[in-house]
Ligand binder design. Structure first.
Ligand SMILES: O=C(O)CCC(=O)C(=O)O
Length: 272
C-alpha cells in the first residue's frame, strides 16, 4: 500500500530537478524480476498515446505490478501525480556481442514546456554489468533545448554515467535527458523496459513537501556538472530555479538572484 513515506522529499525532488533522474537500485522484488524476462520477450500489447494507466495496464498485469511496487508508485506520484496517462511503452533489448552502440539522444523533439515534464521509467530485470554496456545517461542534460538525435555526435562527456546495476533497478528520468544504449559486449541479452508517463494534473507539490525549507535544496539546485561550459553551465542553474518555482508554486524562490536579476523590467511610471 502506498503511504506518504513512499513519496519523495523536497530534497530528493531538487536532486531530480538537478540531475534529471532518480535511481532506485533493486527496488523490484525478485518474484517479479524472475517473471520479467519471459513476459518482456513475449512482447507487450501496444498502448495508444494518452491511455489512462488502469486501462493501459490491467490489474494483475506485469506492468501494473511493476508500477505498483511501493517505492516506484511513490516516486511516480511525486513526479507526475495520481493519474498519469501512458504515452507509450517499449522493451529495449541489447543483443549479446551486437557490435554497436546507440548514439546519444533525447526521446523528445525540442520541448518548450517550462513548467511540466513527462517521466520515463526504465526498468532492468537483470543485473547490468560493465561488459553489458549499460544505459549511458548525462546528468544535468535534461533542461537543454536540443532536438532528439542532434546530440548523437557527442562522445564521452565528462561526468556521464553508464548504468551498471543490480536486478530490479528502476530509473525515473525527465523526458529531456540525454541517453543511449551502450554496446553489449557480453554473452547475455540486456533487457530494459521503458514506460513514458504524461501528467494529468499540475505538477505542483505532489511530493511530501514537509522539508521545503531545507537548505540542502538550494545546494542541490546549485550543483555543477563537469561537462558544463564555464558560462553557459550557469544557465542550467537558472533553468532549474524556474522549474523549482513552477513545482513549488513559489514565484519568489531564487538562488543568488539568478532569476530575479533577469526578470527586472521596470516600466514607465512603475515607481510613481
Ligand atoms: O537500451 C538502452 O539502454 C537505452 C535505449 C533507449 O532508451 C532508447 O532507445 O531511447
Amino acid at each position: 500500500m502506498l503511504t506518504s513515506s513512499h513519496l519523495l522529499s523536497s530534497v530528493q525532488m531538487a536532486r531530480f530537478v538537478t540531475h534529471g533522474y532518480l535511481r532506485m537500485d533493486a527496488v523490484v522484488p525478485d518474484t517479479l524480476n524472475r517473471q520479467a524476462v519471459e513476459v518482456l520477450s513475449a512482447g507487450l500489447p501496444a498502448v495508444p498515446y494518452g491511455t489512462a494507466l488502469p486501462d493501459a495496464f490491467p490489474e494483475g498485469s506485469f506492468a501494473r505490478q511493476l508500477v505498483e511496487v511501493p517505492a516506484v508508485a511513490g516516486a511516480l506520484r511525486s513526479l507526475v501525480g495520481p493519474e498519469p496517462t501512458v504515452d507509450h511503452h517499449f522493451v529495449h533489448v541489447r543483443e549479446p556481442h551486437e557490435g554497436n552502440a546507440q548514439p546519444l539522444h533525447g526521446d523528445a523533439i525540442i520541448d518548450v514546456r517550462p513548467d511540466a515534464f513527462d517521466v520515463q521509467l526504465m526498468y532492468y530485470p537483470r543485473e547490468v554489468t560493465a561488459d553489458m554496456g549499460g544505459t549511458l545517461v548525462v546528468p544535468g542534460s535534461h533542461l537543454r533545448r536540443t532536438n532528439e538525435s542532434d546530440t548523437g555526435r557527442y562522445q564521452n562527456l565528462l561526468g556521464q554515467i553508464r548504468l551498471t546495476c543490480p536486478a530490479g533497478t528502476v530509473m525515473l528520468l525527465h523526458h529531456g535527458i540525454w541517453h543511449g544504449g551502450r554496446r553489449n559486449d557480453s554473452g547475455t541479452r540486456r533487457y530494459m523496459y521503458k514506460i513514458r508517463f504524461n501528467p494529468t494534473v499540475p505538477q505542483v507539490r505532489l511530493w511530501n513537501a514537509d522539508d521545503l525549507a531545507d537548505p540542502r535544496i538550494a545546494a542541490e539546485l546549485s550543483t555543477n556538472f563537469p561537462w558544463y561550459e564555464h558560462a553557459t553551465g550557469r544557465l542550467e542553474i537558472y533553468n532549474r530555479i524556474r522549474l523549482w518555482r513552477a513545482l513549488t508554486g513559489d514565484d519568489g524562490f531564487d538562488i543568488e538572484y539568478w532569476v530575479t536579476r533577469v526578470s527586472n523590467r521596470p516600466t514607465v511610471g512603475s515607481n510613481a
